[in-house]
Design a protein around this ligand. Structure first.
Ligand SMILES: Cc1ncc(COP(=O)(O)O)c(C=O)c1O
Length: 405
């Protein structure tokens, strides 16, 4: 998205001193590129967009229109998909907690529920017993070592008795169909994608089952500026590089199979990270013991509530006041948390009233922003000359209507 000073002046007049900028065109491009990277090697591929990463309804609708699946992890997210009009058969429900009533509704309407642990077996059994003439699509979340140094708490340990139990349950229950096997690992490194793909292919060979879907979960890096890439301690692969590691293993394994399984991945950050920016006004510049600090109408909780310590890409837009040259200046937030800094060690020109635009704030930002100190700012989609309000600014009443005064 090209954003210039005139557009920013217009946006601040309309929407105030802080707002998110969405780039839904970039989101569509990312989706198409990622899909192409895999399908050209293994055509039976699709994307299940991870709603939790950024559930702006417009983005979820784009995924649906482009033929993707909805990957949800709660009844709240399920409701987003249903309100958008996603067909239940395109909805996959993961997550360690599931609302029993909503699980039943989704299963009865043809959606897929991926079981995360043994307690869910009884949940499904009770539905089966009450609806003996309905077919229910379930998947199993699989957990195995991919040598990434992380002990994942998601899914069934494939060496465990619980895993045997869930397999027995789906095999021996006539109207439960094992539609998919799924895994998810948060580590984004390229080699972990080889390990998870090999792990799942070995598993289906050991089990002698080829389910309709083999789902490798999320956890891919997305596109980002070089200034952000260098702050990660591992190489940041491209979509093509991920595809070249995973898709040939599937193409080879299923080359003689008439109905090869659908390979699914569940990207969130990789699709949406670079599709949002956050613009915020410089309110004040102060000096404390010689350290220069600019206070913004914005907070780390607006752009990075997971509080990782990386500096996002920034651009400073001069808005008319005379700028001075600064070095090692930190941008602080509007909250009263000492550690609320959006950016450290800025070197360059700055004045009170300038707008600072932070890039790559699309993942785990708006969905995680707490209602702390101030309600959240509006989200504006800028598509060419068109401006669309995606979410108006939150008001006092939006946040306090659930309290009794
Ligand atoms: C089951 C599942 N799928 C997909 C994702 C999306 O991950 P990311 O945004 O890192 O791609 C997550 C994130 O936690 C997840 O838990």
């Amino acid at each position: 998205m090209m954003i210039d000073i005139n557009r920013l002046k217009y946006l601040t007049k309309e929407f105030g001193d802080a707002f998110y900028l969405l780039d839904s065109t970039q989101f569509k491009q990312n989706y198409a590129e990622l899909k192409k990277a895999f399908t050209r090697i293994y055509p039976n591929f699709n994307i299940a967009y991870s709603y939790k990463t950024n559930y702006i309804p417009k983005l979820c609708r784009i995924v649906d229109e482009l033929g993707g699946y909805a990957e949800v992890v709660s009844d709240m997210e399920l409701e987003i998909a249903l309100r958008i009009g996603v067909a239940p058969k395109k909805i996959i429900w993961n997550g360690p907690y599931k609302n029993a009533l909503k699980v039943e509704e989704l299963l009865l309407s043809g959606g897929t529920v991926n079981l995360d642990s043994a307690y869910e077996i009884e949940l499904i059994r009770s539905i089966v017993e009450r609806y003996p003439d309905r077919n229910l699509n379930v998947g199993i979340r699989c957990n195995f070592d991919i040598s990434d140094g992380v002990l994942s708490r998601f899914g069934f340990d494939i060496e465990s008795d619980d895993f045997k139990k869930v397999l027995e349950f789906v095999k021996n229950t006539a109207n439960v169909r094992l539609i998919g096997l799924q895994c998810h690992f948060a580590t984004r490194r390229l080699e972990t994608w080889r390990s998870r793909a090999e792990g799942m292919l070995n598993l289906i060979d050991t089990l002698g089952i080829v389910p309709e879907h083999i789902d490798l979960g999320g956890g891919l890096f997305g596109k980002m500026a070089d200034s952000l890439k260098v702050q990660f301690d591992s190489y940041v692969p491209t979509y093509d590089e991920y595809a070249k590691v995973v898709a040939p293993l599937f193409a080879e394994r299923f080359k003689k199979v008439n109905n090869p399984p659908l390979l699914l991945i569940e990207p969130g950050s990789a699709l949406v990270g670079d599709c949002m920016q956050f613009a915020s006004r410089v309110i004040n510049i102060k000096s404390v013991c010689g350290k220069k600090i600019a206070t913004l109408l914005g907070s780390i909780y607006n752009i990075n509530p997971t509080l990782n310590t990386k500096n996002p890409p920034i651009t400073v837009f001069a808005m008319g006041n005379e700028q001075e040259e600064y070095s090692d200046l930190d941008f602080g937030g509007f909250t009263c948390i000492e550690s609320d800094y959006l950016y450290h060690h800025y070197n360059g020109k700055l004045a009170v009233g300038d707008l600072v635009v932070f890039g790559n704030v699309g993942s785990y930002s708006v969905v995680l922003k707490p209602p702390f100190i101030l309600p959240n700012f509006p989200i504006i989609d800028v598509c060419g000359d068109k401006i669309e309000v995606i979410k108006r600014a939150e008001s006092f009443d939006d946040l306090f209507q659930t309290y009794s005064f």
